[in-house]
Design a protein around this ligand. Structure first.
Ligand code: SF4
Length: 360
């Protein structure tokens, strides 16, 4: 069954028409879902009960349910696990920073890219999320925390451009006035570098939302080890596409750079990053690596991270050093979900060993 979250204005209008309801009911429903973030039919007040009953026979309202919530000690970030209707877990994170409340949404269950430092890839790929499952994360985080969300970043589990149609539809719902009505510059879509889809995406959203690219190294071999898709779409091709985005379409680019001790934190790397970023006027977000039990990589010391940033700044770049918020809440991408999936697997094995459940 489809869900109301994830439908566009036109689709809601069609739905309302198919039930013989007047057109203005579509605008009311859109307001209840995307502006007031209703999560149960009973919360929708100004539609007749009979109309809601008819609607509920042909569409569900939501598709997620809360599963777990973990708050960092200082309360600056909260990680949420939601359960999908088919029983899988997905992650969303709220990062609070002064007047900014940013929700980081997932676009896939797991990820096919398998970056060498990311728990999402390790958990395996299950399926794409629907546009409804993507935007419902924003509504649920807002309702569960009582916070007015100001920004949305597509940087959770999954590669957004590998789930192109749902990502595009979710962005559309987030920025249109009949939807969540976020300012387009407050929505950022991040990619590991699926080159052919980058230009398609920027054109399809008319360059309105921000584009962020996971760089992680300026050296081909190192980047291929960290972000295996670099083998298919090497830096040379990626940069040529980004030049078109920046110079042809006049759109800004941000590079995300996970700084890993002894892997990509050398002065040579900083100089390479500067060479790539300067012609694109790209901003750089440095994220000190947040250790994941499954990998041997180490976090850089605070001094090494400061040094790398200072070096980039000296080379004339606009650099932000992000704090690894929520180390204690397993905030690395996909980490909490992986952890819970592994615990579930361990419990199942124990139950099998003790004969409580049959082996497959
Ligand atoms: S970092 Fe992003 S693209 Fe890479 S494996 Fe993790 S979720 Fe996928």
């Amino acid at each position: 069954m489809k869900t109301l979250y994830g439908l566009t204005d036109k689709e809601v209008l069609e739905l309302v028409g198919s039930l013989g309801l007047p057109k203005y009911r579509a605008a009311q429903l859109l307001g209840w879902v995307y502006q007031k973030n209703a999560l149960a039919w009973e919360e929708i007040k100004n539609l007749p009960k009979a109309a809601l009953q008819e609607l509920s026979k042909v569409t569900a309202l939501v598709s997620l349910e809360p599963f777990e919530e973990k708050r960092s000690a200082d309360g600056s970030s909260v990680k949420f696990l939601f359960k999908t209707r088919d029983g899988h877990l997905l992650e969303s994170v709220l990062i609070s920073n002064k007047d900014r409340q940013t929700v980081c949404v997932s676009t896939q269950l797991g990820c096919k890219i398998r970056c060498a430092f990311c728990a999402s890839g390790q958990g395996g790929f299950v399926r794409d999320l629907t546009a409804g499952e993507i935007v419902e994360q924003v509504a649920r985080v807002s309702r569960m925390t009582g916070k007015k969300i100001t920004n949305v970043v597509f940087m959770g589990m999954g590669e957004p451009l590998d789930n192109f149609d749902a990502t595009f539809k979710a962005v559309h719902i987030l920025i249109e006035p009949w939807g969540f009505a976020f300012g387009a510059r407050r929505v950022t879509v991040s990619t590991s570098g699926i080159v052919p889809k980058i230009l398609d995406f920027v054109k399809s959203v008319d360059g309105r939302v921000r584009l962020s690219v996971s760089l992680h190294s300026s050296i081909e071999e190192v980047r291929t080890k960290l972000v295996p898709i670099n083998k298919r779409y090497p830096l040379k091709e990626l940069l040529s596409a980004l030049r078109k985005v920046n110079q042809g379409l006049k759109r800004e680019i941000t590079f995300e750079y996970t700084l890993i001790a002894g892997v990509n934190d050398s002065d040579e790397e900083a100089e390479g990053v500067a060479m790539l970023a300067r012609p694109l006027h790209a901003k750089i977000n440095i994220i000190p690596y947040n250790p994941v039990a499954e990998f041997d990589h180490k976090a850089p010391s605070p001094e090494a991270a400061e040094h790398f940033c200072a070096h980039l700044k000296k080379l004339g770049l606009h650099v932000t050093l992000r704090q690894t918020e929520g180390k204690e809440i397993d905030a690395a991408c996909g980490q909490l979900r992986l952890d819970r999936a592994q615990s579930a697997e361990r419990s199942l094995n124990t139950a099998r060993d003790s004969g409580l459940v049959p082996r497959d």
